[in-house]
Ligand binder design. Structure first.
Ligand SMILES: C[C@H]1O[C@H](OP(=O)(O)OP(=O)(O)OC[C@H]2O[C@@H](n3cnc4c(=O)[nH]c(N)nc43)[C@H](O)[C@@H]2O)[C@@H](O)[C@@H](O)C1=O
Length: 317
């Protein structure tokens, strides 16, 4: 099968490419001139890399015309929530216009059999009241960041292009995911990197943190990429599915688990610069719909995710 991954050079994209190669798929992936290639270095010779600027409709149309994929995993996005306050317009254009260009290109090529997964997010739920957890797909969307708003738009655009033009689009609202290669800005990867640096004496034994009271549902990235392929194997076109484990961690408690993996004595200190204008306090997933439809279950234990992330950073700092 001919598969296209937008954002193949990224955290999830690189894991997905490895998974699909192992299944025997022919993998195409988009990159931009400034993309870092280190995540996909080991598989560079096995995939077809296509330069594409998703914000440019001409670039996307040429890509789709050339590849004519059977499946598209649309992962490319500006995905860091704090950046979306700094540059909200850039987040909107990257995430919304990029997807719009992709759908238009597929539509204009008449690829009605091409199955498209779009990476939506639990951030769309935003403000969630305690009695609304665990969160199911019918929960109101009350995004609390420009990023969350951009993902609501991506999500609804997916619904609309399915309804209006019959494109085979499956929307996945994935809760937090972590694992080796996770960008250093994201919470657990950031903490793991700081521990690695402290262990090597590269920085004083003080670990800087933001809001430790937020609660998140963490899935390992390797379970997430398996979920994405199942979404296209078995998901109903036009439908939306939550993906997460159903187990939550207070960020402070997850940090304590990470700290148990080091012998170094570390002080934890709050850094006001790491606090957000508004933080989503609880994201607890109800993935019943997705599990019943696809049979997916998370397999990688949280402690393995933490250990693998810490080892990843220990090798790199
Ligand atoms: C599903 C969703 O998941 C991710 O969004 P996120 O939840 O904002 O992820 P994060 O890792 O930046 O923060 C998680 C929580 O941890 C708190 N926190 C405390 N201390 C630090 C800290 O020092 N750094 C960071 N980054 N966060 C901190 C922070 O305030 C927040 O409450 C993205 O993949 C996004 O693309 C996405 O779709």
């Amino acid at each position: 099968m001919k598969v296209l991954i937008t954002g193949v050079t990224g955290f999830v994209g690189s894991h997905l490419a490895e998974y699909l190669l192992a299944k025997g798929d022919e993998v195409y992936g988009t990159y931009r001139v400034r993309s870092r290639m280190d995540h996909i270095q080991p598989i560079l010779s096995k995939i077809h890399l296509m330069e594409c600027e998703l914000k440019d409709p001409v670039s996307v149309q040429q890509l789709i015309e050339q590849v004519k994929p059977d499946r598209i995993y649309h992962l490319a996005a500006q995905s860091f929530v704090p950046t979306s306050w700094n540059s909200p317009q850039d987040t909107m254009v990257n995430n919304i216009v990029g997807e719009l260009n992709l759908f238009e290109a597929v539509r204009k090529q008449g690829l009605l059999n091409c199955r498209i997964q779009i990476a939506c997010s639990s951030e769309e739920y935003g403000m969630v009241y305690p009695e609304e957890t665990p969160i199911h797909e019918e929960n109101p969307l009350r995004p609390l960041s420009p990023y969350g708003v951009s993902k609501v738009a991506q999500d609804l655009l997916g619904y609309q292009y399915h309804e209006s033009y019959g494109l085979h689009i499956v929307r996945t609202r994935t809760f937090n995911h972590e694992g080796p290669r996770r960008g250093e800005a994201f919470v657990l990867s950031n903490f793991a990197k700081q521990i690695g640096e402290i262990e090597k004496g590269l920085k004083p034994p003080v670990l800087h943190v933001g809001n430790l009271d937020a609660v998140r549902d963490f899935t390992d990235v390797r379970d997430v990429v398996r979920a994405y392929t199942l979404a296209l194997d078995h998901g109903t076109p036009g439908e939306v599915y939550n993906i997460g484990t159903g187990t939550t961690w207070r960020i402070g408690d997850a940090l304590d688990e990470l700290l148990k993996l080091t012998d170094t004595k570390i002080e934890v200190r709050q850094d006001p610069a790491r606090m957000r204008p508004s933080d989503v306090m609880i994201l607890h997933c109800d993935a019943t719909r997705f599990m019943s439809k696809t049979g997916w279950r998370p397999e990688v234990p949280f402690h393995k995710t933490l250990q693998d992330m810490l080892d990843y950073w220990r090798d790199r700092v």
